[in-house]
Design a protein around this ligand. Structure first.
Ligand code: PEP
Ligand code: MG
Length: 323
């Protein structure tokens, strides 16, 4: 199997009927980035910046953050890297700076925390701006819940760019600013950001948890709320359709994208950019290259629309020749 994946490493995930599904890898540590060549991914579709904070006893300095990001940008070279800004809280607590909360997953986490800790957040944005000198900087904000939170975060990034220009600091050649779709509220309101946002990325780990009100790590619930669920898949299809209609690139970057069956389902739902753990790229690529997407789509849509059938059973059966 590994030899099979190695043989297609430098090929793209193009389906039998010519649809190109762009595959990226997720990373969070410099070590992960070293796998980029071997993975066969087109770039890094999710760089989880909070890891540097979580493995350190003190807050990383501006210089430390800048050096860290610079190394990622340089290793990637011409390949795109999507930096996700600090996603702390919930299941990822800083050694200090967080109060215990009754419901951490529903609490003061991620972008909410960053927007309230402007000094911390601006330092990170400054480090990203400096690190991407001579490159395109793609930044995305996690757990956006209301369009205004995206606007507030983007305004801080713009402040940092202006600050850098004023003080003759290095700056990126181009900037792309995006948001993660991780809450149902934002999945239903990102349309309001037309003209203000460059891309979207669905974090299925969190979106699934908030869609079903079911803790992403609670094993007592995982069988009851599988990801292959008609309501959830229709919801994702609607997200893809609206983003595609608006011409906003939309990707999926949750763990599920690394499972060949789910990657194929996401492609059938209309997603053309997937980011996944490095180990998933080979298997997903192999599967997608073996599929005629438009032919499969007819039956897939029928299964999705047939509200009386067991979607899990139907899809397992429909996709069994591929995965
Ligand atoms: C997600 O929620 O799907 C995601 C990619 O972010 P994280 O797993 O880091 O919360
Ligand atoms: Mg998330």
């Amino acid at each position: 199997k590994l030899a099979e994946f190695a043989a297609i490493r430098d090929l793209k995930a193009i389906t039998k009927d010519g649809e190109h599904v762009h595959l990226f890898m997720n990373a969070g540590l410099g070590l992960d980035v070293d796998n980029l060549d071997a993975s066969g991914a087109e770039g890094i579709g999710l760089f989880r910046t909070e890891f540097q904070f979580l493995v350190s006893e003190t807050l990383p300095t501006l210089k430390e953050q800048q050096d860290y990001y610079r190394n990622v940008v340089e290793t990637a070279g011409d390949r795109p890297v999507l930096f996700r800004t600090l996603d702390l809280g919930g299941d990822k607590l800083l050694p200090s700076g967080h109060q215990p909360e009754e419901n951490p997953a529903l609490g003061w986490r991620s972008l909410r925390f960053a927007l309230d800790k402007k000094g911390l957040f601006r330092r990170q944005l400054r480090a990203l701006c400096r690190a991407a000198e001579g490159h395109t900087l793609s930044v995305m904000f996690p757990l956006v819940t209301k369009p205004d939170e995206f606007r507030e975060a983007k305004a801080l990034l713009e402040k940092e760019l202006a600050f850098g220009r004023k003080h003759n600091h290095p700056a990126p050649d181009h900037i792309r600013v995006g948001a993660m779709i991780e809450t149902p509220a934002f999945a239903l309101s990102f349309d309001e950001l037309e003209g203000e946002i460059d891309f979207l990325s669905v974090g299925t780990n969190d979106l699934h948890q908030y869609f079903f009100a079911a803790d992403r790590d609670n094993r007592m619930l995982s069988d009851r709320y599988p990801i292959i669920d008609r309501a959830f898949l229709r919801f994702l299809q609607d997200v893809a359709a609206r983003a595609n209609r608006m011409g906003i690139p939309v990707s999926i970057c949750g763990e599920a994208a690394g499972q060949p069956r789910m990657a194929l389902i996401f492609a059938l739902l209309g997603f053309r950019h997937l980011s996944m753990p490095a180990s998933g790229v080979g298997p997903v690529k192999k599967t997608l290259r073996s599929v005629n997407l438009s032919e499969t789509l007819v039956k897939f849509q029928a299964a999705l629309d047939n509200k009386k059938s067991d979607i899990n059973k139907d899809l397992l059966n429909l996709l069994k020749d591929y995965v």
